[in-house]
Design a protein around this ligand. Sequence first.
Ligand code: XLS
Ligand code: NI
Ligand code: NI
Length: 441
Amino acid sequence: MKKNKSFFPKIPVIPYEGPGSDNPLAFKHYNPDEVIDGKSMKDHLRFSIAYWHSFRGAGTDPFGSATISRKWEGNSDLVSTAKTRMEAAFEFFQKIQAPFYCFHDRDIAPEGKTLAQSNRNLDAVVAHAKQLQKETGIHLLWGTANLFSNPRYMCGAATNPDASVFAYAAAQVKKALDVTKKLGGENYVFWGGREGYETLLNTNLKREMDHLAQFLHMAVDYAKQIGFKGQFLIEPKPQEPTKHQYDFDVASGIAFLRTYKLDKYFKFNIETNHATLAGHTFQHEIEVAASAGMLGSIDANQGDELLGWDTDQFPTDVKTMTLAMISILKAGGIGTGGFNFDAKLRRPSIGIEDLFYGHIGGMDTYALAFKIARKILSEGKLDQFLVDRYSSYDNGFGKEIEKKKIGFKELEKIALKAREPKPISGRQEYLENLLNQYLYD
Ligand code: XLS
Ligand code: NI
Ligand code: NI
C-alpha cells in the first residue's frame, strides 16, 4: 500500500475475524487467504469492484440530486481529479481485499468536447491505472464502453437508426478494447442499455437486431486484429432504460447469438437484479447459461421485491446466493469471470464507512454461500435426489431415448404393452426442508 497519503486514514485493511466477531469492519466469512482445494478464497471468488457505483455514484435518483460527496472530488481540472479519484479507488480495492475492478471508459476519464479529446483523456488516466495496477497487484476483470449516458445515444448505439451514431459507438468500443487490452483486462462486457426500443411505432426491429449483430462481429474482428484474448460477455437485462432491451434474458441472448453465428465468441455476464427484472430467479439464469456452456461472469447485487427496477443493492440474501452458487459450482465455476459488485449504496448511506459495510456484507454473503454450497455438493444428498429422479433414462428404452435410437413407433408399442405409469412424488417440501437445514444449521 502507498504510504504517502491515505484517503481512508481511519479504516484499516479489512481483516478476517470469523463468524464470532462483532466488528462491523471485519469479515465474518470471507477469509481471502484461506486455502480450499488448493486455491485461496481470493482466487475462488475473484471479487471485483464496480468503478461506476463505488467511485462515480453520488446518490442521485430521478427525484433528487447527489447526496454523497467525497473529498477527492471537485477539482476543476477533470483529468487530474480523475487520477486522484483513481488513487482513492485503488486504496479502497486494497483495503477491501478485492483482487479485481471493472469500469466503463467514461467512469475513469472525463468525456471531452470531441471524440479525439475523450480518447486523450482516457489515455492519460489509463496510464495512471496501469501504474496503480502494477504497484498494487490489482487486476482488471473487465472493461466496457458507456454507450448509454450521452444524449447522442438516446435512441441506441449499435441499434441507432442513424448510422453516424453507430460509427461513433464503433469508434468508442474500438478504443475501449484497446485500453482493456492495455490494462490486461480478462473480459470485455457488452451491456446494451439502450439497445432496444421505446415504441415499435418508430422501430424497425429486424434491422436493429441485424445492426447489433454486425456491431458485435466487428468487435470480434477488431479483437482478433489487436490480439485481445479476453472473453467477450453479454449482460442481459429485460428493460430499463428502454421499454424492451434486445438481450432480454440469457435464453433470448443465446437465441440472438446463435442466430447471428456469434455464440462461439460470447458468454454471459449474469446480474442478479436483471434476472429478477426479467421474471426469473438468479439461479435460473445461471442454469440456462451453464446448460449452453456460456456461463461467463457475475454482476453481484440484488433487487428489492417491492420495487420494479434495478435497485442494485449489495447482495445479502444467503439463500439466493447459495442456490446460485450450487449451480455455478456444478457448472465448473466461472473461469476468467468473477463476482463483480454491480451494487450501489442507498441514497442516505453517505458515509465512507458505508462503502466498506456494503462490500463487506456482499463479500461475506458470497463467501458463506460458497461454503454452504460446497457442503451441499460434497454431501451429495440433493444431487443424489436428481440422479434418482432421472434414473429411468439410464437404461432400457429411457437410455435409447437419450441416445436418439428410438422413435414414436417403438415407444407406442412399449406404452401399449405397459401398465399406466406409477406416479412418483416430486418431494419439493422435503427438498426445501433439506436446504434449510444447510442454511440454518
Ligand atoms: C446496468 C448494468 C451496467 C453494466 C455495465 O444495469 O448492470 O452497470 O453492468 O454496463
Ligand atoms: Ni451490471
Ligand atoms: Ni444492472
